[in-house]
Write a protein that binds this ligand. Structure first.
Ligand code: MG
Length: 252
């Protein structure tokens, strides 16, 4: 099933579900029990928003071997965690604002894992029970500032640096999905989630032993090789098989 959050022409924000026959409005947030209430939604009549409003986005550094190699860094022995603030989240079609502080802003195509219920100290075998679904995510990074600072908060946290969407897909096996990043229609990154060093269950379990994950929180599972810069005017797309396509434009 696919789940959206959207704004209609009157400015009202609602949630919708596609159970196989088109999107319909639901009574509340899809992360809670809901009823289907509305007629079919035409996606051309609404503005899709980031499908969830996470309290935090927990991101994983160096979770693909080839990306660690291109960065000249050793593979981590445990998941390498950092945070992206909720203020960095934008939706499909929203603009990524190029910050004045940076001279190099990179794309990073990643699979996002959406948490469905509070997850605290979760064992590996139960981790899947806490996952609601999956979405596309762009871990936009000010690469020059990442190199300059000792930790990555500034480089990863500018407003608009976490595009999410276009929807959340549930009932999907995340272990073997093709993932790509396209810049102005040209493929820049191409891999498959089977190359994740730490898989989705391992990440949920590990993170939940550090901090409680809340419903709607998102894990950015890491990026593959081929990261590179974007410039104002560019259109960037994260495409994941079985999930969808997340497109954003870079503006100054
Ligand atoms: Mg990343």
């Amino acid at each position: 099933m696919k789940y959206i959050r959207y704004q209609d022409k009157n400015g009202a924000i609602s949630f919708g579900v596609d159970e196989g026959a088109g999107f319909r409005r639901i009574s509340g947030n899809f992360l809670e029990p809901y009823q289907v209430t509305g007629p079919e939604i035409s996606l051309s009549d609404v503005r899709l928003l980031a499908p969830v409003t996470p309290s935090k986005v927990v991101a994983i550094g160096l979770n693909y071997r080839d990306h660690a190699q291109e960065m000249g860094l050793k593979l981590p022995e445990e998941p390498l965690l950092f945070l992206k603030p909720s203020s960095s989240v934008i939706g499909p079609g929203d603009d990524i604002i190029y910050p004045a502080m940076s001279q190099q802003v990179d794309y990073e195509a990643e699979m996002g894992v959406v948490i469905g219920k509070p997850a605290e100290d979760v064992g590996l075998i139960h981790a899947a029970d806490y996952i609601f679904g999956y979405t596309c995510l762009n871990d936009v990074t000010a690469r020059d500032l990442q190199a300059k600072d000792k930790q990555w908060t500034r480089a990863k946290s500018f407003d608009t640096f976490c595009p999410l969407g276009p929807w959340v897909v549930s009932g999907l096996d995340p272990a073997d999905l093709d993932i790509q990043c396209l810049l102005n229609g040209q493929v820049k990154q191409s891999s498959n989630t089977r190359h994740l060093l730490f898989n989705v269950a391992e990440l949920v379990s590990f993170i939940s032993k550090v901090m409680t994950l809340q419903p709607g929180d998102v894990i950015a599972t890491g990026t593959t090789s081929g990261v590179g810069p974007m410039t104002p005017g560019d259109e960037v797309e994260v495409r994941i098989a079985g999930i969808g396509s997340l497109v954003n434009r870079i503006v100054r």
